[in-house]
Ligand binder design. Structure first.
Ligand SMILES: Cc1cc2nc3c(=O)[nH]c(=O)nc-3n(C[C@H](O)[C@H](O)[C@H](O)COP(=O)(O)OP(=O)(O)OC[C@H]3O[C@@H](n4cnc5c(N)ncnc54)[C@H](O)[C@@H]3O)c2cc1C
Length: 389
């Protein structure tokens, strides 16, 4: 996958990590006429979380900060195939959040108010309307459902392929099997990266290393919040079309959607942290199967076809860490992504703008890397992971 076998001796920007975050940023930097961009990845193409996710793209959450950022990203997804010149297979099929408990139903009512403030098309579904949107749901268990008609799904392989192709077409040097082993700094600024005994000099470095992001920052001796966490997903054998939109079963910490070939793909989260292993886990499969069977009884007979895990980087408020790192001149971060597939188009666009112009867009400001030191975490109660706190 390498552009050539010889590493460049220097680059204008080095990005560590060629998952969807690293590639989206590289593409957007190239659009802004940055030259000599090198993206280095220790693993193989799609070996990180960007090749292992549930592919859901949710365009709104329960906090204004998350909603503004992800609504922007969702809108970028709509035009991404055209922008990249490759089909990302985005399907605007809607996204329904389902509450069983009364407290979660109240959260959805508050969420609707946030969406209205942010001018997002969002609808609390009446029982009759919910039957139309999700006829196979066990309606007697549901206390409320909030529907985002403009959200959807995009297969990760299609998005990764389109981003990689678009990067290479613009001269970005993307290299897999290329592990960064050390990072240099000089006089309080980034100075270069090492791949074993080879060095690339650079004064602009972006850490987009997914689960390894905190460890990468450690190579520079600077702190970065967060830890690796395992998320798991599974696919059921194909069934007839039962589930139209993407679905979050909030009280089960579970999400799902049905692919074009009929497989139901998704997963439930169980409280475990931190995790470095990609091993399959029976408790997660059992929790997912239970949620599916109870909320979609027709899935009871479907067998599990595949199961897999991936590692993501989780910050202490579960939000992204996006922007300049205050510890070192020339150091930038795109990490902390548990919804990094959905967020990639906006993260790449806004971080590229910040790197090139120095202007920090309002939609990314809330996710600044140093927000915890300043006592400004972003509270987002509408994600399944936040139930762990
Ligand atoms: C099971 C599962 C389901 C998910 N479902 C969804 C979903 O439905 N919607 C959604 O939006 N998100 C979802 N996610 C999260 C999403 O996949 C991630 O947030 C996103 O892929 C993060 O992208 P990334 O580029 O930051 O990380 P990655 O794709 O993990 O890329 C980081 C890369 O950094 C490289 N790297 C690390 N250290 C080094 C080093 N020293 N030198 C060079 N390279 C290095 C790694 O090899 C890796 O390829 C899910 C994740 C999982 C695991």
């Amino acid at each position: 996958m390498n552009d050539s076998d010889t590493l460049p001796r220097q680059a204008d920007v080095v990005i560590v990590g060629a998952g969807i975050q690293g590639l989206s940023l590289a593409f957007n930097l190239a659009l802004r006429q940055v030259r000599d961009i090198v993206v280095l990845d220790a693993g193989y193409w799609q070996g990180g979380a960007s090749g292992r996710n549930g592919t859901l793209i949710r365009g709104a959450f329960s906090s204004p900060e998350w909603t503004r950022f992800f609504a922007h990203s969702n809108r970028l997804w709509w035009g991404l195939s055209r922008q990249l010149g490759g089909n990302v297979m985005y399907s605007r099929r809607g996204y329904t959040m389902v509450a069983e408990r009364d407290t979660t139903a109240h959260l959805l009512q508050r969420t609707l108010a946030v969406h209205q403030d942010c001018s997002i098309d969002s609808q609390l579904l009446s029982p009759t309307r919910l039957r139309k949107v999700l006829p196979a749901l066990a309606h007697e268990r549901v206390s409320a459902a909030l529907h985002l008609p403009d959200s959807g799904v995009a297969p990760h392989h299609a998005a990764m392929h389109a981003y990689l192709k678009a990067c290479r077409a613009r001269g970005v040097d993307v290299r897999y099997r290329s592990q960064v082993t050390a990072i240099d700094q000089r006089n309080g600024a980034v100075d270069g990266v090492w791949l074993a005994d080879q060095r690339i000099a650079c004064d602009c470095l972006v850490l987009a290393g997914g689960a390894q992001s905190t460890a990468l920052a450690g190579m520079l001796g600077v702190a970065l919040d967060g830890y690796p966490m395992r998320l798991e997903a599974m696919a059921l054998e194909p069934t007839r079309q039962l589930i139209g939109p993407a679905v979050a079963l909030l009280d089960r910490q579970c999400y799902m959607h049905q692919t074009a070939r009929g497989e139901v793909v998704g997963g439930a989260e169980v409280a475990e942290r931190p995790q470095h292993s990609l091993a399959a886990d029976v408790p997660v499969m059992a929790a997912t199967a239970k949620a599916y069977a109870e909320l979609f009884p027709q899935l009871k007979a479907a067998r599990i076809l595949r199961q897999w895990a991936g590692l993501v980087h989780i910050s202490r408020d579960f939000g992204p860490l996006l922007g300049a790192h205050p510890g070192l001149k020339g150091l930038h971060v795109s990490a902390g992504w548990c919804y990094g597939h959905a967020g990639a188009p906006a993260a790449g666009e806004l971080l590229a703008k910040a790197i090139v112009t120095g202007a920090v867009d309002e939609r990314m400001r809330a996710f600044a890397v140093d927000r915890f030191e300043r006592g400004c975490p972003v509270i987002e109660p509408g994600i399944v992971l936040s139930h762990f706190e």
